[in-house]
Design a protein around this ligand. Structure first.
Ligand code: A2P
Length: 217
C-alpha cells in the first residue's frame, strides 16, 4: 500500500512493486487519473516529497506459489504488467524456469511503452542479459489499434493463434502461469487455465497458476 496525506487523512492504494527485489529503489507503475483521489496528486510528486509506504507487502504473484516448471507465462493487461517487470528481473525466476514469456495487452500501442522500455533495458544490462538471452520473450498485443500482435490473448488461447505464435498450447505438466489484470480478465484466464487442467496455487500450496487483481485508482 502506498499513498499520501491528502487534507488531513491518508489516502492509500494497493500497488505492485515493479522493481526487482535486489533493486536499491522501489519502482511503481500507475495510471494517471485526472481527478482521481490519489493519482491526481501522485503525478505531481517532486523529488524529496514524502509518501506513505506500508511496510508489509502482500500478494500471490511470487515464484514460491508455483510448482517448478519449464515455461513461465506472465499474462497481463494495462498496469497489470507491474509485478511482472519485477519477476522478469529476478535471477531466481530463471533458476526455476527455462523460458519466460511475458504478455501485455493494451488498447493502444502507446500504452505498451513501459513494458518495451523495461525489456530493452534488461537486454542491455550486463548481468541480466546473461540470464535472459533466448529465454525471455515479450509479446505486447493491442486490441483497438493494429500492431505487430493483435487481439486479446484469451481469444488467442481459444483459437489457433496461441499455438501458432508459441508453438504449443498451455500444458499443466510443464507450464506455469501468473495472471494480473482486471477482474473480468482474471476470470477469463482462470477459466482457461482450469479448462487446460491447471490448478491454482498459493504460498502454502504451490500450483500451476496464480492470479492477482491489478488495482487501479
Ligand atoms: P478490449 O479493448 O478488447 O476491451 P481495460 O482498460 O478495459 O482494462 O482493458 C485493457 C486491455 O485488456 C484491453 O486491451 C482490453 O481489450 C483487454 N481486456 C479487457 N477485458 C479482457 C478480458 N476479459 N480478457 C482479456 N483481455 C481483456
Amino acid at each position: 500500500m502506498i499513498g499520501l496525506n491528502i487534507g488531513d487523512k491518508p489516502v492509500l492504494r494497493a500497488y505492485s512493486i515493479a522493481s526487482p527485489n535486489w533493486h536499491e529503489e522501489f519502482e511503481f507503475y500507475s495510471i494517471k487519473v485526472e481527478d482521481g483521489p490519489l493519482t491526481s496528486k501522485l503525478q505531481q510528486l517532486k523529488e524529496g516529497d514524502n509518501i506513505i509506504f506500508r511496510n508489509k507487502p502482500v500478494g500471490t504473484l511470487v515464484n514460491d506459489a508455483l510448482l517448478k516448471g519449464k515455461r513461465l507465462f506472465l499474462f497481463s493487461t494495462g498496469t497489470g504488467i507491474a509485478p511482472f517487470t519485477s519477476i522478469i528481473r529476478d535471477p531466481e525466476t530463471y533458476e526455476k524456469f527455462n523460458e519466460v514469456i511475458l504478455f501485455q495487452t493494451c488498447r493502444y500501442i502507446n500504452e505498451l511503452e513501459f513494458g518495451k522500455h523495461t525489456i530493452d533495458a534488461i537486454f542491455k544490462d550486463e548481468l541480466l542479459s546473461e540470464f535472459v538471452t533466448d529465454r525471455l520473450r515479450f509479446i505486447p498485443t493491442t486490441t483497438r489499434e493494429p500492431s505487430q500482435y493483435f487481439g486479446r490473448v484469451t481469444d488467442w488461447l481459444r483459437s489457433k493463434k496461441f499455438v501458432e505464435e508459441i508453438g504449443s498450447d498451455l500444458n499443466p505438466l510443464e507450464d506455469r502461469a501468473m495472471i494480473c489484470g482486471s477482474a473480468a480478465m482474471l476470470n477469463e484466464f482462470k477459466e482457461i487455465c482450469i479448462e487446460r487442467g491447471m490448478e491454482e496455487g498459493s504460498n502454502s500450496t504451490p500450483g500451476h497458476f496464480v492470479i492477482e487483481k491489478a488495482f487501479v485508482d
